[in-house]
Write a protein that binds this ligand. Structure first.
Ligand SMILES: *Cc1c(COP(=O)(O)O)cnc(C)c1O
Length: 380
């Protein structure tokens, strides 16, 4: 039995009629940029996240760049980022001319460590980006308090955390501004690239809307009040996202069920699962484990048709793009990187498939050299 990493076909099969209809409506109206489908999705997404505003954008990277730009972050500024994230979190900081200050993560959750953020604050700190990686929200109480004391905005990179909550409040409503990607493989994904920001601040929302639309003044076609660019969400993606949003909670619940099966099936194996923080409800974007001899184990699973991924094999500060710049040694993320493996996880994954993955892992790990890595022991 082969096991898929993600099954978008099964998700879309649940909604094939509604998706076809949404697509047909947009093509029949032949209004592809802006308009009712985009406005409808923005309202629905803001309501879902519990914010006053949402602005649809072309992708998640644009969401991060425009959030930083609208907050006035630029040349000479520093932005604190976790080294364990998708590279776009970091490249967005460089895109606006600021310098990323890499900090280490918590060894249990692999999320931004508030103590490290506090230690990295300086006179040039202009923002902190909390990445709710793998679906689990960061400790937003601690990070919010630190950012408030320092007088800098806290930005959420919620690209992997659609629907996740921290103390009952949704990701995207927990900082000054939330940044989302609707890349097809995310928990809520389009039929192509898409993204959004969420915020309670009407001025920020207005600025980002203008920046994403050639710097236009609101409601105007020919007046440009600032230098902007084109980072708009298109009507086809918005229509698809509105249809899929109706299923997001059910799909996240199904992901949670699958993770529960994994927790049972892997309980007696030498793999370390992520800790779940008490205040956090994860959207379970990825099923990340740490284990010895990751590359060999991954190849053994692949040989049996079990698709896995690695998020992320190279910490951002160790990427070639930062070669020649001064970067810190960050022990938690650097020791974790070679141990990380993301197992198949999607709403339609069956208990039988989880059992197949667990059995294959058991066999592969039986021949692994005893793991001396302290990172594999919970509480290390
Ligand atoms: C996917 C992702 C992004 C980038 O989103 P795109 O839509 O691909 O530009 C940013 N940050 C994180 C954590 C992501 O997972």
């Amino acid at each position: 039995m082969s096991v898929r990493f993600l099954d978008l076909q099964a998700m879309h099969a649940e909604l094939s009629q509604e998706l076809d209809e949404a697509w047909r409506e947009v093509t029949a109206a032949a209004a592809f940029i802006g308009g009712e489908p985009v406005e409808r999705f923005e309202l629905a997404w803001a309501a879902y996240c519990g914010t006053r505003h949402a602005v649809g954008l072309a992708n998640g990277t644009a969401a991060l760049e425009l959030a930083l730009h609208a907050l006035g972050v630029g040349q000479g500024d520093e932005v604190i980022v976790p080294a364990n994230t998708f590279f776009a979190t970091v490249s967005a900081v460089r895109s606006v001319g600021a310098r990323p200050v890499f900090v280490d993560v918590d060894p249990g959750t692999l999320l931004l460590d508030p103590a490290q953020v506090e230690a990295a604050l300086g006179p040039r700190t202009a923002a902190v980006i909390a990445v709710h990686l793998y679906g689990q929200p960061c400790d937003m109480d601690a990070l919010g308090a630190i950012a408030d004391r320092a007088g800098v905005p806290l930005i959420e990179d919620a690209a992997q955390a659609h629907g996740a909550t921290w103390r009952g409040r949704r990701a995207g409503s927990l900082g000054r501004i939330g940044c989302f990607s609707f890349y097809p493989g995310k928990n809520l994904g389009g039929f192509g690239d898409a993204g959004a920001v969420t915020t309670d601040d009407p001025d920020l929302a207005r600025t980002i809307r203008s920046l994403a639309n050639h710097g236009r003044a609101p409601g105007s076609h020919h007046e440009h009040e600032r230098i902007g660019a084109n980072h708009r969400l298109d009507a086809l993606q918005a229509a698809i996202l509105s249809v899929k949003l109706a299923r997001l909670d059910a799909w996240n619940a199904a992901r949670t069920r699958v993770v529960g099966w994994y927790r049972e099936a892997l309980a007696d194996l030498p793999v370390r699962l992520l800790d779940q923080a008490p205040g956090a409800v994860s959207a379970h974007h990825l099923m990340v484990v740490r284990l010895a001899e990751r590359d060999r184990v991954q190849a053994a699973l692949q040989a049996q048709g079990i698709a896995t991924g690695v998020h992320y094999p190279i910490p951002c500060h160790r990427q070639k793009a930062f070669a020649g710049t001064e970067v810190p040694f960050l022990p938690v993320v650097e020791r974790a990187a070679p141990l990380l493996l993301s197992l198949p996880l999607h709403p339609h994954l069956g208990a039988d498939e989880v059992a197949v993955v667990a059995d294959a892992l058991r066999v592969a790990l039986a021949s692994a050299r005893p793991a001396a890595a302290p990172e594999l022991v919970a509480g290390a």
